[in-house]
Design a binder for this molecule. Structure first.
Ligand SMILES: O=C(CO)[C@H](O)[C@H](O)COP(=O)(O)O
Ligand SMILES: [Fe+2]
Length: 218
């Protein structure tokens, strides 16, 4: 079954505990967007926040690092309680070493590709990761519009899984809502990240349900 990962980027940080608990039912991961003001033009969450939210939910914390030199911070995020740590291919000249660093903590490694990065850039690492995150917007902000041309890359990854028996999950992130989720799932997405489509709605459980029913009836 397709997983749903609400992104706390669109939560109210003054009431983060309650916001996380308001989306727990119906969600599979809690997606945590880490931005450094260098790799992307925005600054968000550090390991201290991950440590603070770890005890408030039993959902796996899916930490998306949008930072330069991620190898400098992986130990801190792992010790803070991350369950999955994903790094951008564009930020890692030594990608294989970074993946091994994540695995050494017993944390699941993921790799992320921006909309302009081809699947071929991560092909050599596909056997080593638990997650491939296809950015469906340019990273940095919530509430952007879904970039349709990324769907082909989801299909390509799904084909590689079928051809070679890889068992990574394909996650999509950016502009995912009831209108765009069905195309993602048809292309082969296993995990849907949604920020504004869930947290900016007054009834968050209804928002999750609306995404779920969109993929069930499509
Ligand atoms: O990584 C991200 C942005 O860089 C966020 O996870 C993503 O944008 C979620 O927000 P929304 O669903 O509102 O697009
Ligand atoms: Fe994200």
């Amino acid at each position: 079954m397709t997983k749903i990962a609400p992104s706390i980027l669109s939560a109210n940080f003054a009431t983060l505990k309650e916001d996380i608990q308001s989306v727990e039912a119906g969600s599979d991961y809690i997606h945590v967007d880490v931005m450094d003001g260098h790799f992307v033009p925005n600054i968000t969450i550090g390991p201290m926040i991950v440590e603070a939210i770890r005890p408030v939910t039993d959902r796996p914390l899916d930490v998306h690092l949008m930072i330069e030199n991620p190898e400098q911070y992986i130990d801190a995020f792992a010790e803070a309680g991350a369950d999955i740590i994903s790094v951008h291919q564009e930020a890692c000249p030594h990608l294989h070493r970074v993946i091994q660093q994540i695995q050494a903590h017993g944390v699941k490694p993921g790799v992320v590709i921006n909309p302009a990065t081809p699947v071929s850039a991560v092909e050599p690492i596909l056997q080593d990761v638990d997650l491939v995150l296809v950015m469906t917007v340019n990273p940095g902000f919530g509430g952007q519009s879904f970039i349709t041309s990324t769907l082909g890359k989801i299909e390509e990854l799904a084909q590689l899984k079928a051809d070679y028996g890889f068992d990574f999950e394909i996650e999509v992130d950016g502009g995912v809502k009831a209108e765009t989720a069905p195309d993602c799932v048809k292309a082969g997405a296993d995990v849907l990240v949604a920020g504004s489509a869930i947290f900016k709605q007054s009834d968050r459980q209804a928002a999750i349900e609306s995404i779920r029913s969109s993929i069930e009836i499509s």
